[in-house]
Ligand binder design. Structure first.
Ligand SMILES: [Zn+2]
Ligand SMILES: [Zn+2]
Length: 256
């Protein structure tokens, strides 16, 4: 995640970040969030974002101008970064203490965001392997009856989580096709037709896992639904229980 993403995620969650902000990701060597803002940061309202990529959380702080004096912080000694300070906050430290200055950032903590938005992007862009593409071609040719037997046959498998820098989730093409046939070009949440057709001239809907893959949800018929992009985003941003209950209740059976 970069600074722009982080700022956007905050905005989506109702937290407006000012221009004067820094983001620190986990530094695996020091086991700290390592930030190197310029000294000038301290003289204005300053936002500090700490990105925890294990827990998928973003800790947001707003430090009002002149709350921290320059004499209290550790100034970097290297010439490449003059007039910069060095902040190292240990992970999982509830007081968010900077190990360099011993200043606790907890009093300035505004919010911790769950990165559902980032997760969503990650879940939408599920890995499309060669196998998936081939299966998908086959799936499209099958009769409803044959497709149904395919998805029940594969019922118990396919939670193959592949770890790259971020986690991506490989899916079963038959399950996707089945969910799309059930939806028949109509979003399962708002009931509106798909907003546009894809390059193959099919209604564009996205497969959503009611219990998210990233939360351990399974790639099985009972757990998938086809949504328009707006509703898909809504599911991940609001995570609204009524919507979840509604989607769970939709019958998952094709007419043969
Ligand atoms: Zn919709
Ligand atoms: Zn989803």
């Amino acid at each position: 995640m970069n600074r722009v993403n982080a700022k956007e995620i905050c905005a989506h969650n109702g937290v407006v970040i000012g221009k004067n902000f820094n983001m620190a990701t986990r530094n695996k060597a020091t086991h700290t969030y390592w930030a190197n803002p310029s000294i000038a940061c301290l003289q204005q309202d300053w936002w500090l974002l700490l990105h925890d990529d294990r827990k998928n959380e973003l800790h947001v702080f707003m430090i009002p101008s002149n709350s921290i004096s320059t004499s209290a912080v550790k100034i970097r000694s290297d010439v490449s970064k003059p007039n910069h300070i060095r902040i190292e906050i240990r992970y999982d430290d509830n007081s968010f203490e900077d190990t360099k200055s011993k200043i606790e950032f907890l009093p300035w903590h505004i919010k911790t965001l769950r990165l559902s938005y980032a997760e969503m992007l990650n879940e939408i862009v599920a890995e499309e392997t060669k196998e998936y593409k081939n299966d998908y071609k086959t799936a499209k040719m099958l009769s409803n009856k044959d497709l149904e037997s395919k998805v029940t046959e594969k019922y118990s498998i396919n939670k193959d989580k592949k770890t790259t820098r971020q986690s991506t989730y490989i899916r079963n093409a038959y399950i996707s096709e089945y969910a799309k046939r059930l939806a028949d070009g109509v979003c399962q949440l708002c009931g509106n037709p798909a907003p546009f057709n894809n390059a193959d001239n099919e209604p564009y809907l996205e497969i959503h896992h009611i219990e998210w893959l990233s939360r351990g949800g399974l790639d099985i018929i009972d757990n998938v639904t086809a949504l328009c992009p707006n509703c898909h985003r809504k599911m991940h941003i609001l995570d609204n229980k009524d919507d979840i209950d509604y989607l769970i209740e939709i019958p998952k059976k094709l007419c043969n």
